[in-house]
Design a protein. Sequence first.
Length: 223
Amino acid sequence: MHSPTVDAPSRPQGPRTALRSAGVLTVCSVLLLTLVAVRWHPLMSLDQDIATTTHRWAVDESGLTHAFRILTDWVWDPWTMRLLCAVVALWLMWRHRAWWTALWLGFTCLLGTLLQQGLKAGVDRPRPVWPDPVDSAHYAAYPSGHAMTATVVCGLLLWLLHHHGADRRLFHTVLALSLVSVVGVGLTRIWLGVHWTSDVVGGWLLGVLVVAVAVFVHERRKT
């Protein structure tokens, strides 16, 4: 029996679903971006209250804070995620000759990075400042690059597995790891005092938006 290649999906999903999702996510992302850009007081106060509380915990729980630094600086670092994306793209080209899918995957990750850096420069939101910091970070705060990159990479890989009919156990394993990674990296950035909560939420929203647009493009090519 001939098995389908990676570029021949066995579980196609209509591009309209991806387009509708992208529309909803765009509205949510723009709304949050606007509130952050105008420094909406209720949101700024909430961010400050959460940051103050979690920073106090981070200072008191030094062992847990050290573990979170290892996770955020190595396991869930954006460059680690981009390397994972590159490995999968190379595997697609070498094993399946799926050049279009591999290029689509790499370009989407690049687009996500450019969007993230552009918004950081445009919004130019200061990061939290502490007299006793437990970690440090560079560039502006909004959106969280760690949260956005993890969301983009994990989202794309999950969609590829589902789209091409991966084994259920494999899919569920990757799904669990992805959820832990995406949620975990966001929480560690807040715990370590290098991001406001709205930075992380913004990164998650934008990450899912990038995935939705990428899925729409991929599906449109197949129609």
